[in-house]
Design a protein around this ligand. Structure first.
Ligand SMILES: Cc1cc2nc3c(=O)[nH]c(=O)nc-3n(C[C@H](O)[C@H](O)[C@H](O)COP(=O)(O)OP(=O)(O)OC[C@H]3O[C@@H](n4cnc5c(N)ncnc54)[C@H](O)[C@@H]3O)c2cc1C
Length: 303
């Protein structure tokens, strides 16, 4: 049996979908990236466990992706299996103010659902177009809140397919980073939210969202903030004072609305984006002495 047949075997009796030679540009907000050898939407914990064991046995690279909203995929694609979590792995269960959420659930959906139930703590997340899994890995945040702030526990899967429950401290949340990428997959989290008034929570969520779409680009394809904010400063401000807004390489352009966003304005390639990243880093370093670090994750590159 070859590895493709072994992979098909994992999902043969289920709702999980699998495609070979899938263009990853379709699964990223950047709209950039070549093909993955295989793309699979996994819908049960058991199948995910089988995939973890498959990964060990066949030594084929596996990358769990969320909504691809913080991802730059190489033009040559990903020589491996990219996996998205759906079904049982995207479930939501509310018990009082304790919320259990699967990593595959969309963050805006979580935010809207919580506001309807009068639970406060994730109002900031309506404008972050990722999944819960991506928010755990990145400790996504906005307006002074981060996802990790409301997380009490995280469930991860090891590469033997075993589920492990981690405490908040063990998840090691930091600014736009966590320790969770050490595991095969983050499968879900338990959140503790604050009960409150539905109208107040909804208004707060909508205010954040309005502020976001007024100050950040939303129409063009992008991957959110390209660089982490250096301590006590803003990457957008540094890019702005370096005169880089509107600077273009190939089909990639620094947003004129917010300097920390790189836009795919005309069939940009990953190479265009990488060249623009390097140019911005060099210019900002020369102008301000500060080295900007990228926030966006890369998939399919050799380094
Ligand atoms: C328009 C726009 C606005 C944005 N605004 C914000 C913002 O305000 N604040 C902010 O923090 N971010 C923002 N982002 C970036 C992005 O939405 C967040 O980083 C988000 O958390 C990424 O989630 P994702 O599901 O899309 O992850 P992906 O981009 O798919 O993946 C990101 C990384 O997480 C890994 N990963 C994803 N899911 C799992 C899992 N279940 N298990 C293990 N690894 C996993 C991937 O392998 C990859 O390394 C924005 C992006 C866009 C496009």
């Amino acid at each position: 049996m070859n590895w493709k047949d072994a992979l098909l075997d994992i999902v043969k009796d289920s709702d999980s979908r699998i495609r070979f030679g899938e263009l990853l540009a379709k699964h990223t907000y950047f709209g950039i990236g070549g093909e993955a050898t295989a793309y699979i939407e996994i819908s049960t914990v058991d199948e995910l466990g089988a995939l973890a064991r498959f990964h060990r046995q066949w030594d084929v690279p596996v990358a769990i992706i969320g909504r691809g909203s913080n991802l730059l995929v190489s033009d040559t694609g990903f020589n491996g299996i990219s996996v998205r979590l759906v079904g049982e792995l995207a479930k939501l269960d509310v018990d009082g103010n304790t919320v259990s959420v699967g990593a595959g659930l969309s963050l805006p959906r979580l935010s809207k659902n919580m506001s309807r139930q009068g639970l406060s703590g994730v109002e900031f997340a309506l404008g972050i177009p990722g999944s819960v899994g991506g928010a755990l890995i990145m400790n996504a945040g906005a307006w002074g809140s981060s996802f990790g702030d409301v997380v009490t526990n995280v469930t991860v899967m090891t590469d033997t397919g075993e589920l492990v429950n981690l405490t908040h401290a063990e998840a090691a949340f930091e600014y736009r980073h966590s320790g969770l990428d050490a595991y095969f997959c983050a499968t879900g989290a338990r959140l503790k939210l604050e009960p409150g008034d539905v109208d107040t929570i909804t208004a707060r969520m909508q205010t954040f969202y309005k502020q976001k779409i007024e100050t950040q680009p939303f129409a063009e394809e992008n991957a959110g903030c390209m660089f982490k904010n250096p301590s006590g400063d803003s990457a957008g401000r540094l890019i702005d004072i370096s005169g880089l807004k509107g600077h273009r390489i190939g089909g990639a352009e620094v947003s004129r609305v917010h300097g920390n966003f790189i836009l795919n304005i005309d069939n940009a390639t990953a190479a265009d984006v990488l060249d623009l990243i390097a140019y911005i880093q060099k210019q900002v370093r020369e102008k301000t002495g500060i080295s900007l670090q990228t926030e966006v994750k890369r998939l399919g590159f050799l380094d």
